[in-house]
Design a protein around this ligand. Structure first.
Ligand SMILES: Cc1ncc(COP(=O)(O)O)c(C=O)c1O
Length: 413
């Protein structure tokens, strides 16, 4: 059997996992604390993790899985890296939270500011959602404008005003929310445009009826949430030019790409300086930390210096700061990203060659260690194209890999 055959895959019995998941379902909606963990649509019960080390995660039945998901991005050094574990253990013994400011926050702030020159000032929060939600308020407060422009297929966490899709991508459609419980009044301040579509975006942003209302354009410069779809350099360059010309801010959501594609993130790779950026995942080193930062004059609009309120009991948590700082120090070691890309290529190149040789209708876009295997299309540049991929084939592939002890990540498409 091959991963692209249609044969039925029998997965190993996992009695303890099954029992544990059933118990969780009695207590927690869907048995999970984040929907994607339920493996919905993949035709297989979720993994119930017990422990993890290095490249492997082990379920409660004792099965080992080679983990290509890495907790959705934070674990760039693998699970339980000894130096990160030691740093966090030492820090937790010094007190796990203070509720007052601490020197360890300076250490991580300096590391981020050193590597990401567009970030002159930074504020730490506890999740990517908090970072994007706060950055949106800051952009609106700074510009005195209400409208946020985002792109279909880009995910910026689960704040109400980001959970918006614009129908078939037509900009004059009334935007519709992708979750129940979001008032119309809120989503009417978000506009969703097609990713990588230069003309549509330029036309919308330069239209005098819109331009004076746009507070910010936010995007994943390398999208990871519809699968890996890189923004084209021309698209990003156009957004930089147009936002500057209309007095709107450009926000890069680098929650995935930050410290993943290089120490300077996607903005260094493309040579584009956004006004504000969001980080998460890797900067917490596997602990709940995220951040937003950017130009000093904008960041100083935040309380206590300025009028934009933003706060958090566990923001800048010392254990997360220590783990994040150690994670970045490990990334600074010579040759890290080159090695990471070479390791990724060991996996992706043979797949690319196989697809080519057997003329399989699939593609594997890759930027450094970010990649996705899409079935049913030879190229994916936007959500509109990602919607055409063969998700049944992907589910089959996912089950095939899992039955062979490999846990692959799913794509949201
Ligand atoms: C690009 C991007 N922004 C924001 C978020 C939200 O981060 P969190 O899940 O930490 O709230 C995510 C989560 O995957 C993300 O991929």
């Amino acid at each position: 059997m091959t991963c692209h055959s249609k044969e039925t895959i029998t997965l190993k019995e996992r009695p303890k996992s099954k029992k544990c998941y059933e118990s969780l379902c009695q207590l927690i909606p869907g048995g999970v604390n984040s929907p994607v963990r339920s493996f919905k649509g993949l035709g297989v019960d979720p993994i119930v993790a017990e422990r993890a080390a290095g490249a492997f995660v082990y379920d409660v039945d004792g099965n080992a899985y080679l983990d290509y998901c890495g907790s959705w991005g934070p674990l760039i050094h693998g699970h339980a890296h000894p130096e990160i574990v030691a740093a966090a253990q030492w820090r937790v013994a010094q007190g796990s939270t203070f509720g007052i400011t601490s020197a360890i926050e300076e250490k991580l702030a300096r590391l981020v500011i050193k590597h990401v020159p567009s970030v002159e000032r930074i504020r730490f929060v506890s999740s990517g959602t908090e970072a994007t939600m706060s950055v949106a308020r800051l952009a609106r407060g700074y510009t005195g404008r209400d409208l946020l422009v985002k792109f279909t297929g880009n995910y910026h966490g689960h704040a109400d005003f980001f959970l918006v899709q614009a129908g078939s991508g037509l900009i004059d459609l009334t935007p519709t929310s992708s979750s129940a419980g979001i008032p119309e009044d809120i989503i009417r301040h978000t506009v969703c445009l097609p990713y990588n579509d230069i003309e549509t975006s330029r036309k919308y942003l330069l239209n005098p009826e819109n331009s004076y209302r746009v507070a910010a354009v936010i995007l994943e410069p390398i999208a990871g949430n519809m699968g890996c779809v890189a923004g084209t350099p021309e698209f990003l360059k156009m957004l930089r030019e147009v936002t500057s010309s209309i007095g709107a801010l450009l926000i890069f959501d680098e929650v995935i790409s930050g410290f993943r594609v290089g120490l300077g993130g996607a903005q260094a790779l493309y040579g584009i300086k956004p006004d504000l950026s969001c980080f998460g995942k890797i900067i917490g080193g596997g602990f709940p930390a995220a951040a937003f930062g950017g130009r000093k004059e904008i960041m100083e609009y935040l309380a206590p210096l300025g009028p934009v309120y933003q706060a958090g009991t566990l923001s800048g948590n010392p254990v997360a700061m220590e783990a994040g700082a150690k994670t970045i120090e490990l990334l600074e070691r010579k040759g890290f990203y080159k090695d990471l890309e070479e390791k990724t290529n060991l996996l992706t190149k043979p797949i690319q060659e196989y697809l080519q040789k057997h003329q399989i209708n699939a593609c594997l876009p890759q930027v450094g260690s970010m990649f996705t295997l899409f079935f049913g299309r030879r190229q994916v540049r936007s959500m509109e194209e990602a919607k055409e991929v063969d998700l049944n084939q992907f589910a089959h592939f996912f089950r095939y890999m899992l039955s062979n002890g490999v846990y692959f990540f799913t794509c949201a498409a």
